[in-house]
Design a protein around this ligand. Structure first.
Ligand SMILES: Cc1ncc(COP(=O)(O)OP(=O)(O)O)c(N)n1
Ligand SMILES: Cc1ncsc1CCOP(=O)(O)O
Ligand SMILES: [Mg+2]
Length: 210
């Protein structure tokens, strides 16, 4: 059984050094937290394991200071090493059932949903929340298949009670529609990490989601 079916984190920041427009990741993260981000995922696709672990430890200190959860993308070992709140895995990553078998009560498990048929997967038994990936195609992640769109969120909402995170070109102009369609959370990279003022961008998004 998943360890928690609730998801009280409407504004979800996914962050990587590369996406921070030349600014330090920890500065962008702190500004975003001060602006109202509720949860942060560290997603480093181009770093060595050691550098990823170091970055994860530093970010965990920051998220602990502000009392918000840290999620690690892909790397279950790093999530465990830094005592992260959770891990996010996709269809090509470690399987939720395998993660849950080893780390049953230690990690919340997020899983990417790319196709409606995946809702029928046995993996769903170990999944705490779903990332609908992507709502819209985005330059931040190009190895995606189709777009859910806002209608896709409504479709999935009718088929599962699990918390749904809308990700993929989400911004102030489409966040409210995503929530109205049944998403519990909006996950963003560019809308905050590339913003000239990440704190103001977070505040603007958060105000829309309250
Ligand atoms: C909240 C959230 N949803 C979806 C994803 C995408 O995960 P995945 O499909 O494994 O792709 P990568 O992020 O690993 O490239 C996510 N990271 N977060
Ligand atoms: C990690 C991820 N998974 C699906 S889309 C995406 C990237 C979202 O980035 P952006 O918010 O810049 O479109
Ligand atoms: Mg992944």
């Amino acid at each position: 059984m998943p360890i928690n079916s609730g998801f009280p984190y409407p504004l979800y920041l996914v962050i990587s050094e590369r996406d921070c427009a030349g600014r330090p990741l920890l500065w962008v993260a702190e500004e975003a937290i001060r602006g109202g981000v509720d949860i942060i995922q560290l997603r480093e696709k181009e770093m060595s394991n050691d550098a990823f672990l170091k970055q994860a430890r530093a970010l965990k200190k920051l998220t602990d200071k502000f009392g918000i959860p840290l999620v690690i993308n892909d790397a279950v070992d790093i999530a465990i090493a830094v005592e992260a709140w959770g891990v996010h895995v996709g269809q090509q990553d470690s399987a939720p059932l395998e993660i849950a078998e080893k780390f049953a009560d230690r990690l919340h498990i997020g899983w990417s949903l790319e196709d409606i048929a995946q809702l029928e997967s046995e993996q769903m038994a170990a999944v705490d929340h779903l990332g609908l990936s992507p709502i819209y195609a985005t330059a931040t992640k190009t190895d995606t298949i189709t777009e859910w769109g806002i209608d896709g969120i409504s479709e999935v909402r009718k088929m599962t009670d699990k918390p749904l995170i809308a990700i993929g070109r989400m911004h102030a102009g489409n966040a409210v529609a995503a929530l109205a369609a049944g998403a519990n959370s909006i996950a963003v990279v560019s809308s905050i990490c590339q913003a000239p003022d990440p704190r103001a961008a977070s505040q603007q998004l958060k105000n829309l989601l309250l």
